[in-house]
Design a protein around this ligand. Sequence first.
Ligand code: NAP
Length: 287
Amino acid sequence: MSFIIERLAIIGVGLIGGSLARALREAGAVGSVVGIGRSRTNLEDALSLGICDDITQDALEGVKGADMVFISVPVCSIPAVVAEIAPALAPGCIVTDGGSVKTAIVRECEAIMPTGCHFVGGHPIAGTEHSGAAASFATLYRGKRCILTPTKHTDPAALETVARLWRLAGADVCSMEPGHHDRIFAEISHLPHAVAYALVHAVGTADVEGENVLSYTAGGFRDFTRIASSDPVMWRDISLMNREALLASIDGFSASLAELRRRIDNGDQAGLTEFFTTAKKFRDGIV
Ligand code: NAP
């Protein structure tokens, strides 16, 4: 039997990499999967959960003979990982990633790729606030979007193979330019995470007559702040790598919050109703 990918190497077998491996195995799209990572414990979890056939902490050894390498480590580490594995890549190998920021990753990884190997940037729009191989599951990508970010340097056949795999994992695939991706995700993902972290930070350090106010939180606060439980290293990296676009989004949000503050301060009933009604309309319009 021939597979779309005979040997898939996953670097960073966590929620994103582990879920892709599980989905592709279920779809019968890959022959074998080698898991590569830093800690032995997570790799052993991946092996015992049947996500991988082989595991190794040696990235150069792990990518040998792979026809595809999927990189799902925190975004700031992705270019360094690609630079490390580049000398060991087999001719024709496709390297792709699931990082949440694209401009810097695509630029740096394209520049590193050895002749005859191909880089395709990607970002599955799916996730949870949990991390590690044990948090992964095969249906994570079902019905979710996966954005690929080709450039004029992208090999069309490699792009099509990556798109085909994501479709087999259940995702709806679309393409956009890396900078466009980063500006959109600064608004709809990176800003909400920054706001959730800042909100919990503010409330967690608030001093109301010595009370621990967090002990009074109910459903609304928990729903709104769920994403502040996400991995701090992942969000440190995303904030730094998408710095410019995120700062612009934070400035837009600060202006909106300042406007809301002004209307509250002025006792502006009509202005507050209008502000909340406009926001509710936007929210209710999300399908
Ligand atoms: P995760 O569950 O923490 O998995 C990351 C894995 O990478 C861990 O198993 C970690 O294991 C390993 N790792 C970390 N640094 C490494 C390095 N330098 N070399 C080799 N392995 C390394 O994180 P995730 O949620 O899957 O996120 C992975 C990527 O997907 C990130 O780039 C993120 O931006 C992107 N993404 C995440 C989501 C989401 O909602 N979580 C959604 C879309 C995209 P060890 O510590 O044992 O090495």
